[in-house]
Design a protein around this ligand. Structure first.
Ligand code: NCD
Length: 317
């Protein structure tokens, strides 16, 4: 087991003590990381003892199914153990404890802390006092870097080459943190982007700024079929109602089987999930639907991340 675990990655990831943002990864580091994930994906049993004796703490102050459980599953699959807060309101934060104090204390119990919180500054606050690495598992509407890693890994796994792809983003592009992180990750590659959103759900100015030198086209929702017919990847998101102050008609966005009629045979449809009412569920039977596999890939991606941060036999040069 020990011999199999010795691995040298070519890109220096030394700055990755904490994972706050997808900005921390260069294109080469992403590719290096995806090759490592692919290794885990094809040989998960080689890693069953890779984190034996290590403890992960998951601190969740917002609802989650995939992110928390896949991090926990990843830790168990690597032989480690988990302590968890699945609802931050059950902690001493309710008594007035600060995130900084909580970070200091939890870092005495665990070797790594995964945090989801509604505030963009939450991970920084915890990292200020933590004695162990922090991974951002979603900080409000800001970023979700590990989702971006699994989104791009899913593309890498099937397309091999991320450069040269045309990607359509459809849905709530304003409030979805996965959109922010995944666009920033894709923008490190040679990608053509098409964005389709209703009024009021357009890309944030910060994300647009990242794309200033990129090939970007903005289509109307009525042009969805036309946009899809040209693209290699369709990334769809739900309306993030919890981040909005006014009630909206989420049916504004709806992907049907008809929209896919003229699509390429190797189109990949991705969705970070959960989905609510933005797509016809019969699309699940279409081989172009990759979103459940995407969720599964989250376990391999998180096994890789946990090993990068906690396993000393994985070296970087
Ligand atoms: C996403 C999130 O939490 O931002 N979910 C996830 O982690 N897969 C997307 C969403 O909630 O819409």
């Amino acid at each position: 087991m020990g011999e199999k675990m010795n691995l040298t990655l070519s890109s220096s990831l030394e700055s990755h003590y904490h994972i706050f943002s997808i900005d921390q990864f260069s294109k080469n580091q992403l590719l290096d990381f995806f090759n490592f994930v692919a290794d885990i994906n094809s040989n998960p049993l080689h890693f069953v003892e890779s984190l034996k004796g290590k403890i992960l703490a998951t601190l969740f102050f917002e609802s989650s199914t995939r992110t928390r459980l896949s991090f926990e599953s990843a830790m168990f699959r690597c032989g480690g153990q988990v302590v968890t807060v699945e609802d931050g309101r059950s902690t001493s934060i309710q008594k007035g404890e600060t995130l900084e104090d909580m970070g200091k204390v939890v870092s005495q119990y665990a070797d790594l802390i995964v945090v989801r919180h509604p505030e963009a500054e939450s991970c920084n606050k915890i990292a200020q006092t933590s004695d162990v690495p922090i991974i951002n598992a979603g900080d409000g509407g800001h970023e979700h870097p590990t989702q971006a890693l699994l989104d791009l890994y899913t593309i890498f796994k099937h397309k091999k080459n991320i450069d040269g792809l045309k990607v359509v983003f459809f849905g709530d592009l304003k409030y979805a943190r996965t959109v922010n992180s995944t666009i920033k990750a894709l923008a490190k590659f040679d990608i053509s982007f098409i964005f389709i959103s209703q009024d009021g759900f357009e890309l944030s100015s910060d994300t647009k700024a990242v794309l200033k030198d990129k090939d970007c086209v903005f289509y109307k929702p009525s042009e969805l079929s036309d946009a899809i017919s040209q693209c290699d990847i369709l990334y769809i998101t739900r309306v993030q109602k919890e981040r909005m102050t006014t009630d909206v008609q989420s049916k504004l966005f709806f992907l049907t089987q008809d929209h896919l009629n003229a699509s390429k045979s190797d189109l990949m449809i991705l969705h970070p999930l959960p989905r609510v009412d933005e797509m016809d569920k019969s699309i699940d039977n279409d081989p172009k639907a990759y979103y459940f596999e995407q969720a599964k890939n989250g376990v391999f991606v998180r096994m890789a991340l946990l090993n990068l941060l906690l396993n000393p036999s994985i070296k970087f040069i």
